[in-house]
Structures are given as C-alpha cells and as structure tokens.
Design a protein around this ligand. Sequence first.
Ligand code: PMP
Length: 357
Amino acid sequence: MEPRTREDLDRIPGYRQGRSAGDGGAPSHKLSSNENPYDPLPSVRDRIAEVLGRINLYPDMAGAVLVPELARLHDVDPARIVLGAGSVEVVSQLIRATTGPGEEVLFAWRSFEAYPLLVVSAGAEPVQVPLTADLAHDLPAMLAAITERTRLVIVCNPNNPTGTTVGAAALEEFLDAVPRDVVVLVDEAYREFDTSTDRPDGVALARQRDNVVVAHTFSKAYGLAGVRVGYAIAPPVVADAMRKVAVPFGVTGLAQAAAAASLEAQGELLDRVLALVAERERVVRALTAQGWDLPPTQANFVWLPTGEATDRAVEVLERHGILARAFPGEGVRVSIGRDEANTAVLAACAEILAGVT
Ligand code: PMP
C-alpha cells in the first residue's frame, strides 16, 4: 500500500523553474526567470555579512527594522505590512487567508504560473479568465466571472508573461464594480519597470480601499531573488489573517538585512532599473523593425508570440547562448539582461523570424 496524498494535487503540475545558466555546458545568458542581471551591491553584501554572525538565532518575525522602513516609504501603518519569503509567499498567504474548499480565486490567464498552483494547494478553485486578443487583462470578462463564491481576484500588473498593463482609470473602475467583501490583489512584482504615464499606484489603492492588497518584491528591481523577500500592504484585518497562515520564521534575517540595505541604496538600484528600461525599449524597437508583432511590455521581459513554432524558437535562442522561458504552443518569454545578452537575443530573433515566415 502506498502512503496517501491529496488527490486534488493531481490537477496541478509542480512549479517549473527556468533552466539554470550553464545547464548543458554552453556559454549562456540566463533570461528565463526575469532576474536582475546586475551583481549585488557591496553595501548589500556587507549588510548580509553582518547577519552571518547571528545565523544560530531565529530571525525576527516582526521585521523590526524592515517593516518600519517600508511603512515610512509607503506612508502606511506598519500593521498593514506583511512580509513573506518572496512575494510568491505573500500571494500564498493571501490565498490561504481568504479562501478554502468550495470558494473561487479569479485571475487572468495566461498569468503568473504560481497562481493556479497556490489556489489548488489551498483547496480552492482557480477561475482563469482568458486575456484579450491583445494579451491584456479582460477586466469586463473578469467582472462577469465573479460569483458569490469568489473570495479573491488577482490583477497582475504588469502581467507576467505578457508584460501588458492595466491603466489607472481602468483599474479604479474595475475596483468600483467588485463587491466590497471580495479581496483584490494587485500583484506589482514588476512595477518599477512600468514607465507608462497612466500606471496605477497600487499602494495608494491599498491605502484608500478596504478590500485591496498590493504585493511588491525585492526580487526584480532590487535584485534580491536569491534571498527571498517580498511584502504586501493589506487592510489590517487581512494583514492579521495573512500573518496567521504564514510559515513561522519564513523570512530570514539575511533577507531582511538585504532588503533594508537595498532600501537605503534605492537611488542606485533605480538607476539600474532605468538602464534596463532603456534596454527594453531598444529591444522592442529592434524587434518591431525586424517585423515582430509584440504586445506592449512594461516589465523587464518581452513576450515573443511564436505559437506552434515555440520549440524551434527556443532551440534557436539556445544556439545563441540564451536561456528563455518557453510556453509550448503559445510563445517565449525573454527577460531583459545586460546589453550583450540583449544583442544576442536580437540576432536569435532575426533568425527565428526568418524560419517562421
Ligand atoms: N508575482 C509575479 C507576477 C511574478 O512574476 C513573480 C516571480 N516570477 C512573483 C510574484 C514572485 O516573485 P518573488 O517570490 O521572487 O518575489
């Protein structure tokens, strides 16, 4: 007899990590996980080193240094801030704090791969509303899909993996129409890369509305994917519920120290973001000139709509030393890296297009 596990887990695959650089031995640019291509700052490394002498002790669960700094930065009550081991853990906490069996979590699809996995893990039902033909959130269809069982709606802005965004007015209108007992998560993992003039301010929405939660991460713009730290700003009752379901001591002292040091180095880190945004614009301009029809991206990645030719596209990219994230039958997501990596992407994309047409 086999040990028994939950049958409903058969419905979901495990989370797929983008391949690691160096797999297969080829020289490679790892552009498969939307990571920050810059090396950690010396000031951040030094702060982590200070904590190394205390790793025999449990970390501070309340985030006594980091939480007040975040509260100041965002002008919110510290009681509204919830830390997690990456924003994916914050999303997981929110799903488990708001839903359970027989209840629904609504989100656009395609979007961040972890959403359906976390929802099914919580025993709840994922309701996936297809993106529009332009690969953006279909907010009217999402509203229409809300039922009395809906407990949580997720808006991923910018959307992973398409990079498309919801504008401020459209989001406000959507929030006005969502029932007040349904929580809305605005997942802003890529917000720092969004330079559109009508970018919604998720934090302001979370401050103003009792059912809005915003999630941010230190993994992307701040370049701390390896230490795992993210946070939510939530209404106090929701924040309390999230802390109850959090894994105790989930956010390490190393992660908290790195995040606090990164906030102090914000100017320098945001200059790097601007450099990545400039590179994104260069890549988009060049791909458009090559003849690619791309969805407009405001994130640190581009979506190549390669459809049935996706496997071949990934092969060509790999031949050029690029690891990207394939979505078989749909497209390829390629992160923006350092200049040299992006130039290699452009050469590969010209070759892909020559084969497709
Ligand atoms: N939200 C979105 C939309 C993401 O794409 C990701 C990472 N790929 C996350 C959350 C989680 O990132 P992390 O856990 O590293 O903060």
